[in-house]
Design a protein around this ligand. Structure first.
Ligand code: MIG
Length: 653
């Protein structure tokens, strides 16, 4: 049962697609403090709080302050409060009680979950306007499914997007991209996608291709397709200000860019230098921008990633000018310590400055609204622009789309990647822990940058991270320019990595079936153990996940480990994979076990009464079939597994 309560006059977000009548009266479970502008409830000792999507820290969110305030922050350390997303749904549960809460409001929301006081949960938001949905159900999974039903079906990518993808910020030329394809081919490692970062564009202009470094682009796209590889270009939120550039000129002429108080277009700076931001919240502007993807689709492109859409801002022109003026005051003066820090701050706080989000306005649903009030909807609506356009531009075939920034509702139009992580062991664990939380909020097609984006990676980290990554729907190795190169063929353990990637392809019948079943039935793909097992121990496990109906994962995520402790809530069959056709099996009893896992081994546990189908790996997704399967069974017959299969590209109605 879902009840909807309204506080004040919330700005609509279009995240909930089902009509639900407003219930009058006080919101269950919470007490409301109108003056302090917060809702609060007391947590009991055994209450757990799961959800909130892509956030820092563990699966159980108790013990920290999370702030929904979409931020371009490339350092996902545990002292942070905000990452790129606002996914305001969580579930409170223990054996005694369970309920879900969705806080639907487009501005900043603070979730204090046992931070100020260990046993208190408060939800606070500045303008006290929100729709609050309270979800009651028989179990956590039931609560999540009910919630997912009201927000609409999750985005379904083409089947090829379950292949492996290689990316790096700094593939500068078509030849460099060819080399990546060649090296993968020589190494015998399957590859379905190569991602193009901002360097493919002509001076970072959206929907352009640099003709000198990527000549005859349609031909190049075609050449790569013939080798089984989809090129997936990036699109940024900012549109370069440049005379003669059609996107800029049309946007200005039609008034589709966000505006300042005085009605002028806001001038900001990002990679292209000075830019305007399209007003994705304005329906007409959204349709216009969405249609631009056609320029690249006409050249054979069938997948994209949307970046910098928090929006990330290097500086705002007006702010920069203010800084230059103020800097004059410091000239020639003897700076004391305080004025030195003020001076430093003046310049240092110019990018992604929260105050700058108050300097521009949107035309949203017939009203002019200051950006900070709807900040968390920006990336969502950029991706919605693409998603809505794809339905018209490509009515028959699914298009790959995922975004960095998000809000619930965007899950209908695209997936997400988990942003700029680092090549740190702690971020492998974070990747594991974020998977169920984003699923709860409707995001199924997701994955993190395998091997880590920032900082220099290490071979063992790449091995362990790839060993987990083979299970995530979006499976992409990506890294930042100037960091150590981390394409898989560069490491000594190429044969091991080849076997890992081939195992991914062998798992496709299972992974795709489970993904499709989750999408079509509003279910989760990755679940914490306690969503299915109600013993007390399962509720404390933060580093193992159930994936689909048949298996449990226990990834190794620590440096120099040769195995790990694994908790089994019931008897399971351990499958220690070295390759799709090289593994040992061992039925293990419920309880705690130390399980060996060398760098070349991947642990999978098959649940009792379940089956894991395996295909023959192929060098790209197009060839992976669903006939000629082998089955790893644990107290079940092969025929009991419900395989989902379709052509993998037609839109699902
Ligand atoms: O300011 O396009 O998260 O994946 O490689 C950095 C360059 C901009 C941030 C993305 C990252 C991408 C990078 N971008």
């Amino acid at each position: 049962m879902i009840r909807k309560y309204r506080i004040g006059e919330p700005i609509p977000t279009d995240s909930v697609v089902k009509e639900i009548e407003i219930t009058e009266g006080s919101i269950p479970y919470f007490s409301m403090d109108t003056e302090g502008k917060e809702l609060s409830l007391l947590l009991e000792k055994n209450d757990k709080v799961f959800g909130l999507g892509e956030t820092v820290r563990g699966i159980n969110k108790r013990g920290w302050l999370y702030s929904s305030n979409n931020s371009d922050d490339p350092n996902h350390t545990e002292n942070k409060h905000s990452l790129y997303a606002s996914q305001n749904f969580f579930v409170v549960f223990s054996k005694k009680r369970q309920f879900g809460v969705y806080v639907d409001t487009p501005g900043k929301v603070n979730f204090d979950i046992g931070y100020s006081k260990l046993d208190k949960l408060t939800v606070a938001f500045e303008d006290f306007d929100a729709d609050i949905y309270i979800v009651d159900g028989d179990s956590v999974l039931d609560i999540v499914s009910q919630f997912r039903q009201i927000i609409g079906r999750s985005y379904i990518p083409p089947r090829w997007a379950f292949g492996f993808g290689q990316s790096r910020w700094s593939y500068m030329t078509a030849d460099e991209v060819r080399e990546v394809a060649d090296k993968y081919q020589e190494a015998g490692i399957p590859l379905d996608m190569i991602y193009l970062d901002i360097d493919y564009m002509e001076r970072y202009k959206d929907f352009t291709v640099d003709d000198s470094s990527f000549p005859e682009f349609p031909k190049f796209v075609e050449e790569m397709r013939a080798r089984g590889i989809h090129l997936v270009p990036i699109i940024d939120a900012g549109v370069k200000i440049e005379e003669g550039y059609d996107v800029y000129e049309e946007g200005v002429e039609k008034g589709y860019f966000v505006k300042k108080d005085n009605g002028e277009n806001l001038v900001a700076a990002v990679w292209p230098g000075k830019v305007h931001f399209p007003d994705f919240l304005n329906e007409e502007a959204r349709a216009w921008f969405g249609n631009k993807y056609k320029v690249l689709m006409d050249q054979g492109i069938d997948g994209f990633w949307n970046d910098m859409n928090e929006p990330a801002i290097f500086y705002i022109q007006d702010h920069l000018e203010e800084v230059f003026e103020q800097i004059e005051d410091y000239k020639g003066k003897n700076l004391d310590v305080q004025s030195f820090f003020d001076f430093k701050d003046l310049v240092g706080s110019i990018d992604n400055n929260p105050e700058d989000y108050k300097r521009f306005y949107h035309e949203y649903k017939g009203r002019r609204i200051r950006h900070d009030k709807v900040h968390n909807l920006f990336g969502y609506n950029m991706t919605r622009a693409a998603g809505e356009a794809f339905e018209k531009l490509s009515p028959d075939k699914r298009i790959l789309m995922f975004s960095r920034s998000s809000y619930i509702g965007m899950h209908r139009y695209g997936g997400i990647w988990h942003g700029d992580n680092h090549s740190w062991w702690s971020h492998l664990l974070l990747n594991i822990q974020q998977m169920p939380a984003v699923n709860m909020c409707g995001f199924l097609y997701t994955g993190a940058d395998i091997g880590g984006f920032g900082s220099d990676t290490t071979e063992d980290l790449v091995l362990r991270w790839t060993a987990f990554g083979i299970f995530t729907p979006l499976f992409r190795n990506h890294s930042a320019r100037y960091t150590r190169r981390q394409e898989l063929y560069r490491f000594d353990n190429v044969p091991v990595l080849r076997d890992f990637i081939r195992l991914r392809y062998a798992l496709i019948p299972y992974l795709y079936s489970e993904f499709m079943k989750a999408a079509l039935n509003d279910r989760m793909l990755f679940k914490p153990l306690c969503f299915e097992y109600d013993d007390d121990r399962s509720a404390l496990v933060e580093d193992q996940l159930l994936l689909g109906e048949s298996i449990m994962l226990a990834p190794v995520y620590t440096q120099n480990a040769q195995g790990r402790y694994v908790y089994l809530p019931e008897e399971m069959k351990l499958v220690r994979f070295r390759a799709f056709d090289d593994y040992d099996e061992d039925v293990m009893s419920a309880g705690d076990h130390y399980v060996r896992a060398e760098l070349n081994e991947i642990l999978v546990f098959v649940r009792k009464g379940h089956v894991l189908p395996l295909a023959k790996p192929e060098k790209s997704m197009g060839k992976v079939g669903v006939s000629d399967l082998t089955f790893i069974c644990h107290g079940a017959e092969p025929g009991s597994y419900d395989l989902y299969s379709d052509d993998g590209e037609s839109r699902v109605v």
